[in-house]
Design a protein around this ligand. Structure first.
Ligand code: C2E
Ligand code: CA
Ligand code: CA
Ligand code: CA
Length: 277
């Protein structure tokens, strides 16, 4: 695997003129962006720590804004949640992600991770709709990993249990995102049907300088494995961190060391370069 060379297309930030502090995230602006399909899915590879094989991609949404360039999800996910627009955004992201997967990687085991908002936990029809989206795209639900943050899952564990159980029964895999920052009750967490745990990037980033972060990473890997989960580290930026994680038994890694999130086309080009013999 040829490590490094982050893709430029992924850099989130201001392009051309208009400062992003002027960004309009009002209901009108966000509805218009949804109807013009200005949201675009980027993809970041996840790598198996032991073999360095690409095992899947995480879908990360961006707003391709006509004046502000590529806008980070941190700027508009919260407003979409507060304005009741997150369901529409989720549907567009899932739809685009599933079509990208079925078009480019139809006959493979490569998985796609999709982020679910905490606001969707009480959406009774979501599991059925997700199954329909998968069927329409010709993608088996077992190829999809649904990521939910630890904080979201623990905020309303009974709603989480209900939705997650339905998803799991349909074959979707479930992942606990940003693990370690939420101070969860481990008893409650262990009852939820997750199959993966993602160590939050704050611990991963410190895994070389700080012995405290190292201890936390090792403990989370041990805990995850003890509960029968795979463990993925996010925010892996350099070789030293990757070596530490691999030695600590971490299963997969994601981060700028391998690639920044990239547009769908750039991701396929990246994959072709990285799977050459
Ligand atoms: P997340 O799910 O924890 O995603 C990981 C974030 O870490 C992404 O930020 C990714 O670009 C960034 N990242 C990846 N590798 C590295 C690295 O090596 N170093 C550093 N410093 N950062 C790295 P991004 O794309 O800006 O997304 C931010 C958050 O927005 C996501 O955090 C997720 O919570 C949310 N989000 C993104 N897409 C969606 C979506 O489609 N739906 C929902 N509900 N939330 C989304
Ligand atoms: Ca995530
Ligand atoms: Ca995360
Ligand atoms: Ca995060």
């Amino acid at each position: 695997l040829e490590i490094g060379a982050p893709a430029d297309s992924a850099r989130v930030g201001r392009k051309r003129g208009a400062p992003q502090s002027d960004l309009d995230v009002s209901e009108g602006a966000l509805r218009a962006a949804l109807s013009r399909r200005e949201f675009q899915v980027f993809y970041q590879p996840r790598i198996d720590c032991a073999t360095q094989v690409v095992s899947g991609f995480e879908a990360l949404v961006r707003w391709r804004h006509p004046e502000h360039g590529i806008v980070s999800p941190d700027r508009f996910i919260g407003p979409c949640e507060q304005l009741g627009l997150i369901d529409s955004l989720t549907e567009q992201v899932f739809d685009e992600g599933l079509r990208w997967l079925s078009h480019n990687l139809p006959a493979s085991d490569t998985r796609l991770s999709l982020n679910l908002s905490a606001c969707s936990l009480d959406d009774d029809g979501l599991a059925d709709r997700m199954e329909q989206w998968c069927r329409k795209a010709g993608i088996a639900p077992r190829r999809i990993i649904v990521e939910l943050t630890e904080t979201a899952a623990m905020n309303d564990p009974s709603a989480a249990l209900d939705l997650l159980t339905r998803l799991r029964l349909k074959g979707f895999h479930l992942s606990i995102d940003d693990f370690g920052v939420g101070h969860s009750s481990l008893v409650q967490l262990a009852r939820l049907p997750f199959s993966e745990l993602k160590i939050d990037r704050t611990f991963v980033a410190g895994a070389i300088e700080s012995s405290e972060s190292q201890t936390i990473c090792r403990a989370v890997i041990g805990l995850g494995h003890g509960l029968g989960l795979t463990v993925t580290a996010e925010g892996v930026e350099n070789e030293a961190v990757l070596a530490f994680l691999a030695a600590a038994g971490c299963d997969s890694a994601q981060g700028y060391l391998f690639a920044r999130p990239m547009s769908g086309d750039d991701t396929i080009r990246w994959l072709e370069r990285h799977t050459q013999p």
